[in-house]
Structures are given as C-alpha cells and as structure tokens.
Design a protein around this ligand. Structure first.
Ligand code: PLP
Length: 351
C-alpha cells in the first residue's frame, strides 16, 4: 500500500498520481474492484454520507427536487434537510410503486433500512430523471442496480463491503462516464475523498465479501424463520436475501428489554459487520418507526448461539411484561433518545 499524498513528476510532467485529494493508487485499485462488481465506474468517498452529499451537490442545482424512498436510511433525509438551505428539496414516495413526476432525481434504497422494502426498479427505470439506488444493505452480490435501469449506485461501504467495523468509507458507482467525471471533479475540488488506509481495508473486505455474505445470509434466514414463529414477535421484515432484518416487539419498553438482554449480539448501531448487533431504532428515528422495532444485523457467529441469545432476550422481555415491573429505561425524555430532527443539540443520526 502506498500512503503517499504526493508523487514526483516525470520530466516535469505530472503522472497518473499527483496528489491524493485527486486520486491515489490503493483507492484506484479498490474503485476498480468495486466498479467490477457493480458493472460501472466507482469512486470512493470519505463516508457513505460524503458520497450521498456529493451526489446532490455535484449533480443537482438549487431549485431542484429529489423523490426519496419513504422509510429509507434516516440519515439520508437528515442530510437532505441540511442541504435545504442550498435550495435542494425532497418529497418522499412509496418506492414499491412509481416515483412522482416532475422531480429531478429519484432516490431508491434496496432494501430500505430499517423497513426492508424493495424498490419497483421497472417503474423507476422509465422515469425521466436520474435514478440513484442506495444498495448498502444488499451489496452487489444481491442487487446490481445499474443492470436494473438505475444510473448511480450508492454504498455505505462502511457496512458489508468493508465488513469489519474499522473503515468509514462510501462509494458511488456510475453507469455514465459523464457522471463519473463530474463526481471526480467535485470530489477533487471539495475533498471528501477516501484515505489510502481505508481503501486498503475496503480491498481486504471485498476479498472475503462472498463468504461472509453467504454465511451471514444463511444465519439471517434461519433467525427470520424462528422469529416468525415466536409469540413475542409481531412483525418480521426481511427481503429474502442478505443479513439485515427488523422485527417488532410489543412496544418501546419491550424493545429496550430485548436489546439490553442479549449477550452475543451486541447492543450497538450500524450494520454489515462480522459482529451481530441489535438496536431499537426509535432512539434515533423517533415516531418515524414503531417504538418496538428492533433492527438486527447478523454477523458471523454460530447461528444456534445467536438464536439462543435472542430467545433468552425475548423470554426476558416477555417475563418483564407479565410481571409489569416498573423500569427506569432511557427511552423517554433522555437526550440520547430524542429524535435528532427535533433535537436542538444538532446530534447526528446513527447508522
Ligand atoms: N446508506 C445507508 C443505507 C446506511 O445504512 C448508512 C449508514 O448507516 C449510510 C448510507 C451512511 O453511510 P456512512 O455511515 O458510511 O456515512
């Protein structure tokens, strides 16, 4: 790996690499690998949000409107709220149907996080606007949006692609050369680029992606079956592939009891890593999600151990419901659990 930020000219002429804000060898290697998986030209960014923000600022202009999939990653709508001061607005729509007419960019998510809906790709493909699909939770192993009529794919590569919770990195994969050229120009000028170390960690993650995804998916499917049969579980959402799922227990208090009772499954945010994690999303998203919604990202641990852990936590939750013990949970009133949109602290949404 080359950690340089600048490279010598040859005979007074800048070569392929001159300065790391424009491009660097390890990043280009990771971009080639990811571009190959998605079938387009990939560009890496400092995070998934840096990639999302760059799409909006580089490809839209003031006065334009985005149609955003309802229930898509909460941070995307928060980012768009932030950018409203620059004159770019959004409307939400049900991505299982056709996007509204008259918008300048359609923003899909496959599958949406944490509702796990899938877009109607055929309906989006015939829309005259550019279509971007956030395929973070699917990865190119499950969904290749460019082959389904989209113009851009967005990845929080922080998640399954890098896979180890140690690299914050985003990517946009473009179908058209003009979009890639414009995004590269924007990234070089404004600087939200990935570092060489991060690109290296992404390369490492990509080399094990297939085996990780296969095992995580197998365990997720098994857990989904068991959750569907569990009396304390009301709704289970799973798109039929991948390792991200969500399910509802009775209410916010029950969700708090479950997430704090698991042991193998860590109570933390984010998704796509080798470690399984669970969290009640209402702490971040407020009333936008059911209070009892728990998001589970299944990792590489033994699936029977994961189920034993969940079953124990669900039983613990049910016992507590029956005995009606008063609890001092943090869900009500704690700043940590306020909806960031309503917060005056400016706290950022989690992943
Ligand atoms: N898109 C989705 C679907 C996500 O889940 C996230 C983060 O959780 C992002 C984008 C943002 O990515 P990052 O956290 O790498 O900025």
């Amino acid at each position: 790996m080359d950690r340089s930020t600048t490279w010598p000219f040859a005979d007074g002429q800048p070569g392929e690499f001159t300065y790391a804000r424009y491009s660097s060898p390890t990043m280009v290697e990771a971009e080639r690998r990811l571009g190959g998986l998605d079938g387009g030209t990939a560009l890496l960014f400092a995070s998934g949000m840096a990639a999302s923000t760059s799409i909006v600022l580089a490809l839209l202009s003031s006065g334009q409107t985005i149609a955003l999939a309802e229930g898509a990653y909460y941070g995307t709508s928060v980012m768009l709220d932030e950018l409203a001061q620059w004159g770019v607005h959004y409307v939400e729509f049900d991505q299982t149907g056709a996007p509204p007419a008259g918008v300048d960019l359609v923003w899909l998510e496959a599958p949406s996080n944490p509702f796990l809906t899938m877009p109607d790709f055929d309906a989006a493909a015939v829309h005259p606007a550019r279509v971007v699909c956030d395929a973070t939770a699917a990865t190119p192993l499950n969904v290749r949006p460019l082959e389904l009529g989209c113009d851009l794919v967005l990845h929080s590569a922080t998640k399954f692609l890098a896979g180890h919770d140690d690299a914050l990195v985003g990517a946009v994969v473009c179908k058209r050369a003009e979009d890639a050229t414009r995004l590269l120009e924007f990234r070089s000028r404004t600087g939200p680029v990935a570092s060489a170390d991060t690109a290296w960690m992404l390369l490492r993650g990509l080399s094990t992606l297939e085996v990780r995804m296969a095992r995580q998916t197998e365990s997720a499917a098994e857990i989904v079956e068991r959750l569907r049969a569990h009396p304390a579980v009301e709704t289970v959402r799973y798109p039929g592939f991948g390792a991200l799922l969500s399910f509802d227990v009775a209410d916010a208090a029950a969700a708090r009891r479950v997430e704090t009772a698991t042991r193998t499954i860590v109570n933390m945010t984010s998704l796509g890593g080798v470690t399984s994690r669970i969290e009640a999303r209402a702490r971040w998203e407020g009333a936008r999600v059911p209070g009892g919604l728990l998001r589970l990202s299944v990792g590489l641990e033994d699936s029977s151990e994961l189920w034993a852990d969940l079953e124990h936590a669900l039983a613990h939750s049910a016992d507590a419901t029956q005995s009606q013990r008063p609890r001092s949970g943090r869900l009500q009133g704690s700043p940590r659990n306020r909806n960031p949109r309503e917060s005056d602290s400016g706290s950022a949404p989690s992943s």
